[in-house]
Design a protein around this ligand. Sequence first.
Ligand SMILES: Nc1ncnc2c1ncn2[C@@H]1O[C@H](COP(=O)(O)OP(=O)(O)OP(=O)(O)O)[C@@H](O)[C@H]1O
Ligand SMILES: [Mg+2]
Length: 225
Amino acid sequence: MRAKNRQARGLFITLEGVEGSGKSTQIRHLAEGLIHAGYRVLQTREPGGTSTAEAIRQILLTASPHEPVTPQTEALLILAARCQHVTHVIRPALERGMIVLCDRFSDSTFAYQGFGRDLDLKWLQEANAVATDGLAPDLTLVLDLPVSVGLARRRAGRGPLNRLDRETERFHRKVRRGFLALAAKEPRRMTIVNANRPAHEVQDELTEIVVGWVARQRHRPRRTR
Ligand SMILES: Nc1ncnc2c1ncn2[C@@H]1O[C@H](COP(=O)(O)OP(=O)(O)OP(=O)(O)O)[C@@H](O)[C@H]1O
Ligand SMILES: [Mg+2]
């Protein structure tokens, strides 16, 4: 697993956190900041990132209440989407030396399907390792805030509410606790950022963390291919 990560010449950075924590808002700013600094960046998201994976995303977000998606089906669909994404988009970009910024990745599976839906964490980790062929993020930022604040932001925002937005607050609290537990276990890879602040403050902290971290990896900007 480690050896595969080291082989990749690029850097793999993921943003995680509960609904409405600001991942999609912040990832755009981060990508712009890194591109401005001269890095080659690929911005992507999960579930999604390839046409097959985006089709799976639609199934997950719009499934009919008349045929509830079981937790196991949900996990397997997400992992299938991830397998396509890693194989066709993420790994090739890393092999080309790019910085890959991904809005949600494996930690969301552990937090939502493991902590939230009570699926066995060890099974999820093993199945995830098959889906990713052992690829793990090099750096993960967890945008943390009370779930009531995140859900209120989502409801006030323009996007339509999806199947997961409509889950109970209790479910989302379990997910939040999941992210915090995962970060406590892997403090070198995962950094918790307080997202319960104005977006520009979150943006400043994220930029400082990521730009400093990228520089420490001695990953030189390459303006041309
Ligand atoms: N720091 C902030 N303060 C207030 N509102 C914010 C902040 N960051 C983002 N928002 C707003 O909150 C809403 C949700 O933000 P965003 O879509 O970035 O969150 P997300 O983490 O990607 O959510 P999801 O998990 O549902 O994809 C948007 O309407 C966005 O404009
Ligand atoms: Mg989002």
